[in-house]
Ligand binder design. Structure first.
Ligand SMILES: *Cc1c(COP(=O)(O)O)cnc(C)c1O
Length: 368
């Protein structure tokens, strides 16, 4: 059936989600202990190729828990891309440390290794890389740089479940990986998050801190400050059902992107999403840039799409421009240009071929 309004993203919950959630309620295991949590953590770790998965209440708490567990706090600096969702930097601020912004590269829209290098100081403790809109970061140069300066590398993979770099999946490309399962992500639990790592030591500490930092063998004894960043069995139940279909979701997103690419490739002034040979983009969002030669601005294009019942989103505002992050430190010309030109088009796994054609026809009509 033809839809009047095409949303940018909508979850597909038509598998075993209801069945598993019902099992939680019938069994009364709705809180933060339960077999779906164990199952989800096993499945997700395996999917990423990582040894451990620690599920959390959302993606932001995953990031905060990771930074806190590493002892990052006041007086420390963490380098993050300026072009990302705000939570990447906010998590740094929650620890008392300072996020230091780095510029993007034109090729992948991700953090630029040269910009990272320029921002390293004796106070730098870690780098958070973000696989923006589903395309993995070119990790090797960053890992090399981090090794040289003794920095920890954290992946914010909230937008790139299943994306690959040189044949390895996100969540297994650095010291630690963080994921989100918010409603519009590659898979969802409504709210939810996860941390992946190959380190037994990190995993143990993260589990401890996630659960109020309560001593394993002495109940209500908390040797340090902890958090309640646990996930519920209900969330995990939905996650287990989503994991049964994650390969299908990624295939759909990839097929949709290929169709979009073929229909948009001949339009002057449109830059297609990045796709580097060493990477597999999962196209969390199908994203394009509207260049000057398109003849109509990005914002006007979005307005005209909306008039035709097609939803879209602008790219994130570079974080250094937000009121609580405005700072004189550095210039970010590439991130600013990408952010100004970028649009996320309808990207749901439920999207039909005719609907993609409807979007690309609308774009052609706008260009005139
Ligand atoms: C969605 C997202 C997050 C935050 O995840 P929540 O689950 O909404 O807290 C963090 N970083 C990036 C890059 C995201 O896209």
């Amino acid at each position: 059936m033809a839809r009047e309004f095409l949303p940018v993203a909508e979850p597909d919950l038509s598998g075993n989600e209801l069945k598993y959630a019902t099992e939680c309620i019938k069994s009364t295991w709705i809180s933060s202990i339960g077999e779906f949590i164990t199952r989800f953590e096993k499945q997700f770790a395996q999917f990423c190729g990582a040894k451990h998965c620690i599920a959390t209440s959302n993606g932001t708490t995953a990031l905060h828990l990771v930074l806190h567990s590493l002892g990052i706090g006041q007086g420390d600096e963490v380098i993050v891309p300026t072009l990302t969702f705000v939570a990447t930097a906010n998590a740094v601020v929650y620890t008392g440390a300072i996020p230091i912004f780095a510029d993007s590269e034109r090729k992948t829209w991700n953090i630029n290794v040269k910009s990272i290098e320029e921002k390293i100081t004796p106070r730098t403790k870690a780098v958070i890389v973000v696989h923006l809109y589903g395309h993995p970061v070119d990790m090797d140069p960053i890992l090399e740089l981090a090794k040289k300066h003794n920095l920890i590398v954290i992946e914010d993979a909230a937008e790139a479940h299943g994306a690959e770099y040189k044949g390895r999946r996100t969540g297994n490309l650095a010291d630690l990986g963080c994921f989100s399962f918010y409603a519009n992500k590659v898979i969802t639990m409504g709210e939810g998050g996860a941390i992946t790592t190959n380190s037994d030591e990190y995993a143990k500490r993260l589990r401890f801190l996630r659960d109020h930092a309560m001593s394993e063998n002495k109940r209500y004894w908390h040797p340090e400050l902890g958090f309640n960043y646990r996930i519920t069995n209900l969330q995990a139940a939905i996650g287990v059902a989503q994991m049964e279909r994650i390969d299908e979701f990624i295939r759909k997103k990839t097929d949709n992107a290929e169709l979009y690419n073929s229909l948009l490739s001949n339009i002057k002034g449109i830059t297609l999403p990045p796709s580097e040979p060493c990477a597999k983009n999962v196209y969390w969002m199908y994203s394009i840039l509207i260049e000057d030669s398109f003849g109509i601005t990005r914002d006007e294009t979005m307005n005209l799409l909306r008039e035709q019942g097609i939803d879209s989103r602008p790219f994130f505002y570079p974080l250094h421009t937000l009121p609580h992050y405005v700072s004189g430190r550095g210039r970010f010309p590439v991130a600013e240009e990408i952010a100004k030109r970028g649009i996320n088009l309808p990207s749901s796994t439920t999207l039909q071929k005719e609907e993609i054609i409807r979007v690309t026809d609308a774009i052609k009509k706008i260009k005139g």
